[in-house]
Design a protein around this ligand. Sequence first.
Ligand code: BEZ
Ligand code: FE
Length: 290
Amino acid sequence: MAPRELDEHNITEAVIERFANAPDPRVKAVCTSLVKYLHDFVREVRPTEEEWGFAIDFLTRTGKICDGNRQEFILLSDTLGVSTLVDSINFPVQPGVTKSTVLGPFWTQEMPDQKLGDDIHGKMKGEPCYVFGSLKSSNGTPLANAQFDVWHSDDDGFYDVQQMEKMGGPAGRGRFHTDKDGKFWFWTIKPTCYPVPTDGPVGEMLRGQGRHPMRPAHLHFIFYADGHRKLVTHIFDPTDKYIDGDAVFGVKESLIREYKEHAPGAAPDGKKMDVPYATINYDFVMAKEG
Ligand code: BEZ
Ligand code: FE
């Protein structure tokens, strides 16, 4: 039985005791840890009443700014490194398998269907870029006809969904399938670095922490294949000035890949280019389910 008189030294035990009859042992374990660490945090920080009120208001505003298109809590998790921590716990490194990284807020359920070789840049500005590579299982088998989604920002650092009026429809995104040998190729434009949204509580937090909001340039991918774990990943540009300072801690060494720059002429797919263009190649490997 917990003491009747509670203070900063015995309150934690008293709260945890109330979980004794929790029907689900996982809920009991999670709530016990939560209270333990939350109380230790409060004992360490020793917030004033104003500071605690600010914290409650910050979380309230974080919730209120969320809607169908904006998820400030995910952004908070991303910028505090929690998304990457959860990802690394759930997708431990497997030799030879492509590493995963954060999903981010700009993936959309509806992706325009594209054919291999299509150009997905729509009305986005930027240097033309030919993206090609392959998809294999961890046992080396090519993954034929596997669905994958691609999306990225434009030359100004915006996704299509952030400038729908200007883009007039989807741009810099598409849903493809690998060919019979697990290969893929398509055209788009080379993305640039961009800031995560800073007009809400997370922006306020970043400014308070004296941090920049920038993500290094990257292409997003999600691969799906029967019998394999979904692969959510990026390819990062090593020349980007934010490559070592990603605001959401998503960069991994093996996901960095150099673009090759080309003078006008015949591109790898035979297309005649009358302006300079870039190419990038990446071979992805998916982990088997289980
Ligand atoms: C993104 O890469 O699209 C992204 C990821 C996390 C937070 C904000 C943006
Ligand atoms: Fe992104």
